[in-house]
Design a protein around this ligand. Structure first.
Ligand code: GLY
Length: 370
């Protein structure tokens, strides 16, 4: 029988124990049960904000001052990415909104505010005016936008609230409207990558990205869409963003297997069906709990039940309470043909969203939320 409070207590204890070794290193995934460290591997790597985010979520529940110190230590390391600048991409929201942005909103601090505003300006600077989308990556990918970007937009909404300058919010709303127009399939699933003509803004094509194919439904991409649209609805109050989130939520919940944790791609052929992605489940569960606070009463219970079923299965079937340093096993970063060894692993963002969902069940907002 799933016990929300007991599971939250176990998760907090585990993160605290792991933090005693990891401290202000920057983990991404476990190798032989031990978290790696990306502070020397790639300081601009998109997941580098999740460990401080996990520390802040835990600090908010326990008040353990060491956790705040280590989270701030990671923030200091990330300055190198801001200084180098050229390695940065649209995932500055993942990197700074739940590291320096969380510190600023939880305890204040001028350096935290400055870093977060710096990141918001980087993100706003990637907006393509003709296509009304935020450019995802660098090099020759001038017209590429990806569904994950929705999760970075709270950084822009916050920047408008913080500075009173509406440009940040205008960009976030314009990008989200483009997503509603070009990313969602009629069944409520989502594309991963859409390529536009960077000069004219015209739609060119869809790319599979981390999905199985360019017509399939990458489950983490669907989770980014669900959760990201719900965040957009929360920050703006827009009915079209809310309707989009509800549509993706309907698809996600209707296509979950018996254990409520999706395979890496909902539309992958059966021979790939054994590759689960616990991170997609965790991200979707936290997004469903947020969405449940935004919808009318008649729609609420199905979302709450769906979210709780996912969290219960993660706790009972995917959580590793004693062995490795991570909370969740069986995350799928990407198919092995893209990066060998990343198909079945523990992922720092899976742990982040699992704990975020548990704290939402305990009545607290997520760190991407208002
Ligand atoms: N943002 C990249 C991923 O979800 O793997």
């Amino acid at each position: 029988m799933f016990d929300e409070k007991l599971t939250l207590a176990r998760a907090l204890a585990k993160v605290t124990k792991t933090a005693e070794r990891v401290r202000d290193r920057i983990p991404y995934r476990t190798v032989d049960g031990v978290f790696d460290d990306w502070s020397d591997t790639d300081i601009s790597w998109w997941t580098n904000g999740f460990w401080p985010g996990l520390l802040w979520l835990t600090w908010r529940e326990t008040g353990d001052r060491n956790l705040a110190t280590w989270a701030e230590g990671v923030e200091g390391r990330l300055d190198q990415a801001l200084i180098e600048h050229v390695g940065l991409h649209h995932d500055v929201g993942f990197m700074w909104y739940i590291s320096s942005g969380a510190r600023y909103r939880l305890i204040g601090g001028e350096s935290a505010r400055t870093r977060t505003l710096h990141a918001a300006n980087v993100l706003a600077g990637r907006f393509n005016l003709a296509g009304r989308f935020i450019r995802a990556w660098n090099d020759d990918k001038t017209g590429w936008a990806i569904i994950d970007c929705l999760m970075n937009l709270p950084l822009l909404y916050w920047a408008t609230i913080e500075t009173g300058d509406p440009r940040f919010r205008q960009i976030a709303e314009a990008h989200t409207a483009t997503v509603l127009q070009h990313f969602l399939y009629p069944d409520g699933s989502s594309r991963h990558i859409v390529e536009f003509d960077a000069s004219t803004g015209a739609y060119l094509r869809t790319h599979a990205g981390q999905g199985y194919s360019d017509t399939s439904a990458w489950s983490r991409g669907c989770a980014w869409a669900l959760h990201g649209l719900a965040l957009g609805a929360q920050y703006t109050g827009r009915a079209d963003f809310l309707a989009g989130a509800e549509k993706v939520a309907g698809y996600f919940l209707a296509n979950l297997p018996g254990d409520k944790v999706p395979v890496a791609d909902f539309k992958a052929p059966q021979d790939r069906a054994n590759h689960k992605d616990s991170s997609a489940a965790a991200c979707a569960a936290s997004g469903l709990l947020l969405l449940a606070t935004l919808v009318p009463e008649r729609s609420r219970q199905a979302l709450l039940t769906g979210a709780k079923d996912i969290v219960a299965s993660l706790a009972e079937n995917y959580a590793d309470w004693d062995g490795t340093e991570a909370l969740l096993s069986h995350g799928c970063a990407s198919y092995d043909n893209y990066r060998p060894g990343w198909e079945d692993t523990s992922l720092i963002y899976g742990d982040y969203y699992f704990l975020e969902a548990l704290t939402r069940l305990n009545g607290k907002p997520g760190l991407f939320s208002l």
